[in-house]
Design a protein. Structure first.
Length: 299
């Protein structure tokens, strides 16, 4: 059973897009995943995104994806919304992943814009609608044109919002104007997918965050969101500004690489990366430590 939610905040306010821990030889580390998920929920996450790109989904098998969902559900599924990434650039494969995630027990689905093949807006509409039709689970769209090559236009988001199971959008478009229109016209629960814009997106109507830096600063993200929603704008801004070195440092290079390095520095499960991702250089690790320290992260 999924934790309590409301239509306005279907997956909670603070979700971390969790990395997928691997063992030293590169195998899936399910014990590590359970320990990391427990740590993140204890820190204050309402939910976890599994098998997203931060979870190295391009390099994990379909079977590994299902195994990860089951393992994390066993560890924290009664305390957090477990949302499974199922997006690919192949609609048929995405439907298969969606059905597998439902069978594994996921509480919701995250579907990223099909990448590389750059379908037109009608193709995007049919793709997302087909995923939503495939299961009984609520769906969060994931709009990230910097990686996918195409945006989900506001008009398409509004059309998709008519589907009863498409309930949210993860916005990594980096455009507050389009976000404002999307929120106003679609009625979807809007989640920031760009940590630097977490606070600005709250100001135009976002309900929460799907975060990468949540691996290391979930309590601060929760405090910022709670301060903003309670009307303490000054405190929210203070927290945002304190976290600027963390937002910057975690994205100086690829986010999965920095996140796994940060977790290793804290003694938390992460393990190696799968190619083509690579470990941080000693210089990059030193810079990351400096950035995290400047943002108040204890290492």
């Amino acid at each position: 059973m999924a934790p309590t939610s409301t239509p306005q905040i279907p997956f909670g306010r603070i979700l971390t897009a969790m990395v997928t821990p691997f063992t030293a030889d590169g195998a899936l580390d399910l014990d590590g995943a359970q320990r990391l998920a427990t740590h993140l929920v204890d820190a204050g996450n309402d939910g976890l995104i599994l098998n997203g790109t931060t979870g190295e989904s391009p390099t994990t098998s379909d079977a590994e994806k299902s195994d990860l969902v089951r393992a994390v559900l066993e560890a924290v599924g009664d305390r957090a919304h477990i949302v499974a990434g199922v997006g690919t650039n192949d609609t048929h494969h995405s439907i298969e992943l969606a059905r597998a995630a439902q069978k594994a027990g996921a509480h919701g689905l995250l579907a990223v814009t099909p990448y590389y093949n750059k379908p037109p807006q009608e193709g995007l509409y049919r793709h997302f609608a087909a995923i939503a039709d495939a299961t009984e689970l609520p769906v969060m769209l994931y709009d990230i044109p910097g990686r996918s090559g195409v945006p989900i236009n506001t008009e398409t988001i509004v059309r998709l919002a008519e589907h009863p199971r498409i309930v949210a959008n993860k916005d990594a478009k980096g455009d507050l104007g389009r976000a404002s229109w999307g929120i106003a016209q679609s009625g979807l629960a809007w989640y920031s997918g760009d940590d630097m814009l977490n606070l600005p997106l709250l100001s135009v109507g976002a309900v929460g965050f799907v975060s990468v830096v949540g691996h290391v600063v979930t309590p601060e993200l929760r405090a910022m969101a709670e301060a903003y929603t309670s009307g303490d704008i000054h405190k929210a801004l203070e927290i945002h500004q304190k976290l600027l070195p963390v937002f910057t440092g975690m994205f100086r290079t690829q986010g999965v690489m920095t996140t796994k390095a940060a977790l290793a520095l804290q003694g938390l499960p992460a393990g190696p990366l799968r190619a083509p991702m690579i470990e941080l250089s000693p210089e990059e690790t030193a810079q990351l430590k400096s950035d995290l320290a400047a943002g108040g992260v204890q290492l």
